[in-house]
Write a protein that binds this ligand. Structure first.
Ligand code: KG4
Ligand code: ZN
Length: 354
């Protein structure tokens, strides 16, 4: 393990959160901030790439300056700069990468282009989450608005994708159903609240992929079934109790599918004793409860990082930077941000080692 000369700055701007964090060389958080663009995108019912890119550009420099001041750290004292290099929206990726490269160049610091999925994957190894640090190999279930996949994490830079969605991401399904029910965007949290007062058995929606081998997911059929049910009740707003029953029925279907898929994934990787869940959907209590039970039934246990570390943040980016710097894995300033960058591509291709 190579020593790191000082705190590591992490920058995240791959979607609609502008975030910066400063971690000491052991991974303890010195300062961190996340600016959500939810209000900017809400009128459009989803993330608008151009609005996102402009907002990152407007807010990131001030945000980085602010956490540096809060932590009392100067740029020359840094041990490295890590920024999300992909996958994500290209405008935001360019903003974070350019800023990180500029700081690295000006102060002769190592630069790490972090894969956003790897950052989610390694969060479980942050000091303080699992006693002694999450040991490899473990399983990662990444469930957000943009991602839905299950990965075996073998080591830093070594990942095997066991399965993923063949259509919508699970958070996307929550958001689309929430929209059908007239809830705002993003709709996952509101849908969960509504479901709490509903009857999950009234509408037996399909459980796509349940019982199939492997651990792929599919949510578009479930979403269509919900849309058809809503349409059956005519135009306009649904009666409150009916909407709650639809929400509860949808959530129950998702929970059963997630539990089944996670169980299959654990059977595919019996050597993994930890099931780690990450992404915004990990905030859902019904899903967390089901995954806890599934893990226990397979002799494993669930690690669910605090919600603010499950959703997009820069702590995970700085931490992934530290994990890579410890192994001497850095990137050249000619790194080109990658809108598509599958996690298992890291395993075969690798990054620069120096
Ligand atoms: O990780 P995240 O903040 O952003 C990305 O998508 O990258 O995840 C946001 C997603 C949204 O689709 C949101 O509706 C969903 O996570 N979400 C939830 C809950 N909280 C957030 N879905 C279900 N239940 C929740 N409590
Ligand atoms: Zn994410």
């Amino acid at each position: 393990m190579r020593p790191i000369a000082g705190p590591v700055l992490g920058i995240e701007s791959s979607c609609d959160e502008t975030a910066a964090a400063l971690l000491d060389a052991d991974g303890r958080i010195l300062a961190e901030r996340v600016l959500s663009q939810e209000r900017e995108h809400a009128p459009y019912g989803g993330v608008v790439p151009e609005i996102a890119a402009r907002a990152h550009l407007a807010h990131l420099p001030g945000l980085v300056a602010r956490i540096m001041t809060e932590a009392g750290v100067t740029y020359p004292a840094l041990g490295g700069v890590a920024a999300t290099g992909g996958p994500g929206l290209i405008g935001g990726l360019i903003v974070a990468s350019s800023m990180a490269k500029g700081i690295a160049l000006a102060h002769s610091l190592p630069y790490v282009a972090v894969n956003h999925l790897e950052a989610h994957a390694l969060t479980a190894r942050l000091p303080g989450l699992v006693e002694g640090g999450a040991p490899f190999p473990y399983l990662l279930l990444l469930v957000s608005g943009g991602h839905c996949q299950c990965v075996r994490v073998d080591a830093v830079g070594a990942y095997r994708r066991l399965g993923g969605t063949v259509d919508d991401a699970v958070g996307e399904a929550f958001d689309k159903v929430a929209k059908l029910l007239g809830l705002g965007w993003p709709g996952g949290p509101a849908l969960e609240r509504l479901a709490a007062g509903g009857d999950p058995k009234r509408f037996p929606f399909p459980r796509p992929m349940k019982g199939r081998s492997g651990c792929d997911f599919s949510f578009s059929g479930l979403k269509t079934a919900v849309a058809q049910e809503v349409a059956r009740h005519g135009e306009g707003a649904l009666a409150a109790s009916l909407a709650a029953d639809v929400a509860a029925g949808f959530q129950r279907a998702v929970v059963e599918v997630m539990a089944d898929r996670a169980s299959h994934a654990m059977a595919m990787a019996p050597e993994a004793k930890l099931l780690v869940v990450a992404g915004g959907v990990a905030a859902n209590t019904a899903i967390r409860t089901a995954l806890t039970e599934v893990a226990a039934a397979r002799g494993a246990w669930l690690v669910a990082p605090p919600i603010r570390l499950c959703t997009d943040n820069a702590v995970m980016v700085a931490w992934a930077g530290i994990e890579r710097l410890r192994l001497g894995l850095t990137d050249g300033l000619d790194f080109a941000p990658r809108p598509r960058w599958p996690l298992d591509a890291l395993t075969s291709a690798g990054q620069d080692t120096n």
